[in-house]
Design a protein around this ligand. Structure first.
Ligand code: AMP
Length: 145
């Protein structure tokens, strides 16, 4: 059973340009922006443009495009923040921790000396987010096509 898509969810509104975000990447099928409540410095989200609540509602082509973008943005985040490791996550359903009902992938850098912050808990300072976005955009510009 597919979950019903609510086109007023916050990522749908960002995709339509109704709400702002610190965008770092966009192609025909996906956009990526900084998570506003980052669990660690450099936490970014890759969001397919396709209207799907979760992985089960996403087309195979959409899934392929999403993982390709996730890999590319993750490479740039790694270059920009030089973390010790990186977690890629994707939650399906409230019971799994999903808070925004539009499919997305989390890119969460991990640092040996930095504990992870709570999920969707504390809003980051906008100036810090802007600077982090700029770092990722600069790293993306240096990646081979
Ligand atoms: P999930 O719980 O997997 O649905 O993740 C949703 C993520 O979106 C959380 O990590 C939130 O911090 C993040 N988030 C919520 N609203 C915004 C927003 N307006 N801009 C950027 N990230 C957001």
């Amino acid at each position: 059973m597919q979950a019903e898509y609510d086109n007023q969810n916050i990522f749908a509104r960002i995709l339509r340009g109704e709400l702002p975000c610190f965008k770092i990447y966009e192609d025909a099928d996906t956009i990526a922006f900084m998570d506003i409540m980052p669990q660690t410095d450099g936490h970014a989200l890759v969001v397919p443009k396709e209207q799907a609540v979760d992985l089960f509602g996403l087309s195979e082509a959409g899934a392929a495009a999403a993982i390709k973008s996730t890999q590319r943005v993750a490479r740039a985040v790694r270059e920009a923040f030089q973390p010790d490791g990186m977690v890629i996550t994707q939650f399906n359903g409230v019971a799994a921790g999903q808070t925004v009902p539009h499919i997305h992938f989390h890119i969460v850098p991990r640092y040996a000396d930095q504990p992870i912050r709570g999920h969707a808990r504390e809003q980051q300072d906008m100036a810090v987010l802007k600077e982090h976005a700029e770092r990722v955009i600069a790293a993306l510009a240096k990646l081979p096509a």
